[in-house]
Ligand binder design. Structure first.
Ligand SMILES: NCc1[nH]cc(CCC(=O)O)c1CC(=O)O
Length: 295
């Protein structure tokens, strides 16, 4: 078997994810190396996402490297992937799903147990995600939202330094990096009430479409149940022609349930909807129809 080169962003989280897949491939007998590739999202850390041009900030350079054959496999956080894949590339497999929940990390000085989530009135909450902003406003219209960029350890440091009273993060990232949260009050937000991004907590393994040999190997790592559920989540995003700036959360935990959060202007807060269905076929279309024609 030929040697496989994985391309990864240089962040701690991206490298953890690349190494996680590297180990799995080695168990299958493959020889694997990792090449670090810097993306626009890594280079521009000071701008809020909604002020950045285009889409695919964390993925484009990796996709280019796949197409020019300098890497064979890109390991992505699936939620960072655009809904339309570039010509010639395909997601050959998806990982198991880790906890898809978001986590609210509260500075110890900002704790007030009498309030929702234990967060004091009028707190300053850091996040750059329109989806997270809109849902915070749904539950806690009293807080002030402030943009927060940077990779996971940087964001936590900004909270520790007192720049924010609380911040929001994906729990999966914290779990993967085994970050110690003892200095904070950490609240895991129920994903049925505070709805994650489509495909949050899942890795997407992207290769060249014509790489038949690698596709065959990766099929052994694919999780079909996860694949079916995130397909529903991403279809809603796709039908709304949304990217990572759309204030949309979709979570499909099993074959019968879908949770949706949507707020056109995040300042007004999000609406939360729950769909209980016989099976998941056509549910994405129904959800989008409802979102576009509210009564
Ligand atoms: N946009 C950055 C990003 N992309 C994926 C994750 C977390 C891991 C995952 O959801 O799989 C994160 C960090 C965060 O949202 O806090």
């Amino acid at each position: 078997m030929k040697k496989i080169t994985i391309g990864s962003r240089g962040s701690d989280l991206a490298l953890w994810q690349a190494n996680h897949i590297k180990r799995q491939l080695e168990t299958l007998g493959a020889e694997v190396s990792i090449t670090i590739i810097k993306t626009q999202g890594d280079a521009i850390q000071h701008l809020s996402f909604d002020k950045m041009e285009g889409k695919g900030f964390f993925t484009k350079e990796l996709e280019t490297a796949l197409l020019d054959q300098s890497i064979d496999l890109a390991v992505h956080s699936h939620k960072d992937l655009e809904t339309n894949f570039p010509e010639g590339l395909t997601i050959a497999a998806v990982s198991e799903r880790e906890d898809p929940s978001d986590l609210l990390l509260i500075h110890k000085n900002a704790v007030d147990e009498s309030q929702k989530w234990g967060l004091k009135q009028g707190a300053v909450v850091g996040t750059s995600s329109a989806r997270r902003k809109s849902q915070v406003m749904r539950y806690r219209p009293d807080v002030t939202i402030q943009d927060l960029r940077g990779n996971v350890p940087t964001r936590i440091q900004k909270l520790a330094d007192g720049g924010y009273d609380a911040i929001l993060l994906a729990k999966a990232g914290i779990d993967r990096l085994k970050i110690n949260l003892d200095n904070f009050h950490a609240v895991v937000l129920d994903p049925r009430a505070f709805v994650p991004a489509p495909a949050q907590g899942v890795l997407g393994l992207q290769i060249r479409e014509n790489d038949v040999e690698l596709a065959k190997l990766l099929s052994q790592l694919n999780h079909t149940a996860v694949q079916q559920r995130i397909a529903v989540e991403r279809k809603v995003l796709n039908l709304l022609q949304g990217g990572c700036q759309l204030p949309l959360g979709v979570y499909c935990p099993d074959e019968q349930n879908v949770y949706v959060s949507y707020g056109e202007n995040w300042e007004d807060g999000a609406i939360l909807a729950h769909y209980e269905v016989e099976d998941l076929e056509n549910i994405a279309e129904i959800i989008v129809e409802d979102l576009q024609n509210p009564e």
